[in-house]
Design a protein around this ligand. Structure first.
Ligand code: G4P
Length: 531
């Protein structure tokens, strides 16, 4: 319990959204409230422009920006907030999934015009797997969006989560007049604001207050009264326990670009969002209040300068105190390591830090010792679980165009896949190397980086697979037989685990039906426990 007060004042979260819904804009407004930036426009969008799949310089530039904006730490009303950035581009979705393992809650931004979009759906699936508490921000209320009730219904249905409106909008688009705060019964009239000041809020004792008619006009006041009656009738009070269990998501309406409705959300966030939570490991649950340090690597970022191979590994502290220059136990390598220049990300600049506490993210210089999921402790052997690799969706064989550079290629492939840029499979009984990614853009990045950073020139040959499944069986013999019979579809992942590469859903289902003694897993998580 030594670090109780440090833990109590921390909140670590990520903002997730479909590209263009307003994640960057909202981030900027939150930083403004946190005093981390002084003017709007200071946060550069780190999204890779949607169609610029071949603009490598752009990718490189973005990689540089995204190191700086990977974690943004700021303080608001005495609470230390760690905001972890997630890449907007869908081809880097796996990066986002992993970042979600390092946060305790998320804010989901939905565009009121477009409603639930594809990527929102997938990201929410990951949140649901972990029962991550979610707050929803319905953005762009200054545009003619969907009907508010329809939107709520759509989100609830599409994302399988109950919503609990905390504010309620008065019209949208040109007629947008503001939001009514259902919690503290106040009205905030719509006005664009670029500063982080307290805006004027009208407190109204009850909805029959004639001030409402005066400010909104009779028609809109009447609509609001009707809406609120309906919403209150359906939703009642917010039960914070349901939010913390990931069952109910409080929802706010606003306009990020106008800095409207953001403060209501932030104030609620610091009141109800979870403090750093205890976490499961392969051996036991690690209580966040334990005195002994533990943490795990959830992201690795290559150095921008190709002459330097070092990378930055992002460590999430899970218990105890991280200290500069203190030896910690690297579980996978079974060796003790210490860090002389650990970084924190306060106010968007990198600063060397002396110590860090649960919920914090520390940037560690790495010369190739880390891969995603690695655990550091004060001596105990365990792995944090819940950091899976998901099945890739596109598979390509790596064709070496320059046999003189075979060694460099192998090294590059290992390092890039350690970073989690892609997954590497080696075909059973052969030497064929297959790379699996979630998006085409990643192949271009890999090809480019292999050449730039390792001098290895490659081409990719498309492979007819649609999914990779990790195989286990209680009956070792059955598993061996299966891998022998199906050898052309069997590969090993980087850790030597057996993987079945399925050509189609039909093949996969057939094999599952024909081999009831073999289990087909869709994430690599299953192997963590016995490593
Ligand atoms: P993202 O990070 O989720 O991809 O979204 P981002 O914040 O970059 O926002 C996408 C676009 O939506 C931006 O416009 C941004 O200004 C706009 N936007 C954000 N919030 C609101 C809002 O509340 N109302 C309206 N009407 N627009 C909003 P852009 O034209 O793509 O970029 P920019 O030139 O304005 O930066």
């Amino acid at each position: 319990m030594k670090y109780h007060s440090e833990i109590e004042r921390r909140r670590s979260f990520a903002i997730i959204s479909h590209p263009d819904a307003g994640k960057t804009t909202l981030t900027e407004k939150l930083l403004l409230f946190g005093g981390a930036i002084q003017t709007a426009g200071a946060v550069k969008s780190n999204k890779i422009k949607k169609h610029a799949t071949s603009d490598f310089m752009e990718i490189e530039r973005q990689r540089g920006i995204s190191v700086a904006t990977s974690v943004m730490t700021f303080e608001y009303k005495g609470i230390l907030i760690n905001l972890l950035d997630t890449p907007g581009h869908k081809d880097f979705a796996e990066d986002t999934y992993r970042t979600l393992t390092a946060v305790d809650s998320v804010i989901l931004v939905i565009d009121s015009v477009n409603g639930v979009e594809e990527q929102t759906r997938r990201l929410m699936e990951v949140c649901r797997m972990r029962d991550t508490p979610v707050i929803v921000f319905v953005n762009k209320m200054d545009r003619d969006g969907k009907n508010r009730f329809d939107l709520i219904e759509e989100v609830e249905k599409e994302l399988s989560i109950h919503l609990h409106p905390m504010t309620w909008p008065i019209n949208s688009g040109k007629d947008f007049k503001g939001v009514y705060n259902l919690d503290n019964k106040s009205l905030r009239l719509f006005a664009a604001s670029t500063k982080a000041e307290e805006d004027d809020v009208l407190h109204i004792s009850d909805l029959s207050d004639p001030l409402l008619d005066e400010k909104l006009g009779e028609r809109d006041a009447a609509i609001l009264r009707e809406d609120v009656e309906l919403v209150d009738g359906v939703h009642g009070e917010l039960h914070v326990a349901d939010y913390l269990a990931g069952k109910v998501a409080p929802v706010f309406f606003g306009s990020a670009v106008n800095n409207f409705g953001v403060k209501e959300m932030l104030d609620t966030f610091i009141r109800i969002a979870p403090t750093p939570r205890s976490r499961e490991t392969s051996k036991r649950k690690v209580d966040v209040e334990e005195d002994r340090f533990s943490g795990f690597i959830f992201k690795i970022h290559a150095n921008l300068d190709p002459k330097h191979r070092d990378r930055i590994a992002f460590l999430r502290v899970c218990s105890g105190k991280f200290e500069r220059n203190k030896y910690f136990h690297h579980v996978r390598l079974d060796k003790d390591v210490r860090f002389s220049n650990p970084y924190s990300f306060l106010a968007r600049s990198k600063d060397v830090i002396e110590e860090a506490y649960p919920g914090d993210v520390v940037g560690l210089f790495d010369t190739g010792n880390f891969k995603i999921g690695d655990t550091l402790t004060e001596g105990e052997d365990f792995y944090f679980t819940g950091i899976p690799s998901f099945s890739p969706e596109i598979f390509k064989e790596v064709v070496n165009k320059d046999p003189m550079k075979t060694k460099q290629l192998e090294k590059g492939l290992l390092q890039l896949t350690d970073e989690g840029v892609a997954q590497l499979f080696t075909q059973f009984g052969g030497n064929k190397k297959i790379i699996g990614c979630v998006g085409e853009l990643q192949f271009e990045v890999i090809q480019y980086r292999l050449l730039q950073e390792y001098g290895a020139s490659v081409e990719f040959k498309a492979q007819p697979y649609y999914k990779a499944c990790w195989l286990t069986s209680k009956d070792e013999k059955k598993l061996q037989d299966f891998t022998r019979f199906k050898s052309s579809n069997i590969a090993e992942d980087k850790d030597g685990h057996v993987v079945y590469l399925a050509q189609s859903e039909w093949f996969l289902n057939t094999e599952r039906n024909n081999n009831p003694d073999i289990e087909f897993h869709f994430t690599s998580e299953i192997h963590k426990a016995d490593q």
